[in-house]
Design a protein around this ligand. Structure first.
Ligand code: OSB
Ligand code: MG
Length: 368
């Protein structure tokens, strides 16, 4: 495989509903799409870098810079045996996983299309239907939150995750647990607490949550291990896990019992597969996280979620929860049982709608 050129596009789309986390409120998304032309086939990737360096240190701007000035020059003109080699070729670039992940994932899509097979099969997936949960942002009132949960349950979603932060934690969980005693419920703090807050977090224990996601700092495995020792509720790590080495350290330290894998956070499918395999061997369940992706990134998440150890519902949901109109055809839909049926068309299995993408493109650069 040889890549003839890549096209970077920044698209902008408003979210159907604003999304609030402990690090801020988001109403519009800027997303970097990457189209790689390899031997006449177009592979698509999406960088999940955000508008600002708040979830992670990368932004749309840094991803663009790294892709154009460092990643593309490495791959340009090179004969590539398989997409599985791309990660190692890009290893000289330290960090910048969301930038690299866009390019790496596009090459996987291109390879699957060239082989005429769905990406999920090329990855070694075993599931034709994936279980789905929703991630619900922080709401103004408990009534608004409860109404949102009710709507998502009615749509079929199999587990509910709510964002929490200091002052908006125990009361929302208490309310939901009383109203919905039997649902699978979890919380995500996006690093809003410190280890010394543990007695307060301990108040969440009676609500039999599936897990508490990323309560402490994004780079602090040690404190998560201290916290997990004091808790029966499993801790799930998101922000802390950037590499397979981090995953190994987290497991050995006892810093978590569950890991959320995001393709962009770890830099692509190859590192995602390595973390998946490691967790499988260590009996640590994983699930696929979401980053409010457009249909392109969503399609990659669906393919990844077909792997064996993705045994818990992920944050992978229908296009219409985020977008009035998505950039792929067909849009991602969820069954009344709260699952997504994995498409069998070659590559990501959904067709990018070029005219729709062009209509929301704010900037574009072709690199040859
Ligand atoms: O922590 O999982 C997170 C969105 C943006 C940044 C971080 C996170 C999230 C979500 C949304 O929880 C998941 C989704 O795409 O629905
Ligand atoms: Mg998270």
């Amino acid at each position: 495989m040889k890549i003839q050129r890549i096209t970077l596009r920044e698209i902008r789309m408003p979210l159907v509903t604003p999304f609030e986390t402990s690090f801020g409120r988001l109403t519009d998304r800027r997303m970097l799409l990457l189209e790689a032309e390899a031997d006449g086939v177009a592979g698509w990737g999406e960088s999940v870098a955000g508008e600002g360096p708040f979830y992670a240190s990368e932004t749309v701007e840094t991803a663009w810079h790294i892709l154009r000035d460092f990643a593309w020059p490495i791959l340009k003109g090179r004969e590539i045996e398989t997409a599985a080699d791309v990660w190692d070729m890009l290893e000289v670039i330290r960090g910048h996983h969301m930038a690299k992940g866009a390019l790496e994932a596009a090459m996987w899509d291109a390879e699957a299309k060239q082989k005429g097979m769905p990406l999920w099969k090329l990855l070694g997936g075993v599931r034709k239907e994936i279980p789905c949960g929703v991630s619900i942002g922080i709401k103004e009132t408990l009534e608004e939150l409860a109404a949102t949960v009710e709507r998502e349950l009615a749509a079929g979603y199999q587990r509910i995750k709510i964002k929490i932060k200091p002052g908006k934690d125990v009361a929302p969980v208490d309310r939901l647990r009383h109203q919905f005693p039997a649902i699978r419920l979890m919380v995500d703090a996006n690093s809003a607490y410190r280890l010394q807050d543990w007695p307060h977090l301990k108040r969440l224990e009676p609500f039999y949550l599936m897990m508490i996601e990323q309560p402490l700092a994004w780079d602090d495995l040690y404190s998560h291990a201290e916290l997990q020792r004091r808790f029966d509720t499993p801790i799930c790590l998101d922000e802390c896990i950037h590499t397979a080495d981090h995953a190994r350290a987290a497991i050995e330290l006892g810093a978590c019992r569950i890991i959320n894998i995001k393709i962009g956070r770890v830099g692509g499918f190859t590192p995602s597969l390595r973390i998946h395999d490691l967790c499988l061997a260590k009996q640590i369940p994983v699930w696929c996280g979401g980053m409010l992706e457009s249909g392109i990134g969503r399609a990659h998440n669906i393919a990844l979620s077909t792997l064996q150890n993705f045994s818990l519902p992920g944050d992978v949901t229908a296009s219409r929860r985020y977008w009035l109109e998505d950039v792929i055809d067909p849009e991602v839909e969820v069954t009344p049982q709260g699952t997504i049926r994995v498409p069998d068309a070659p590559g990501i299995g959904y067709t990018p709608r070029i005219e729709r993408i062009e209509a929301v493109t704010a900037r574009k650069e072709i690199l040859k």
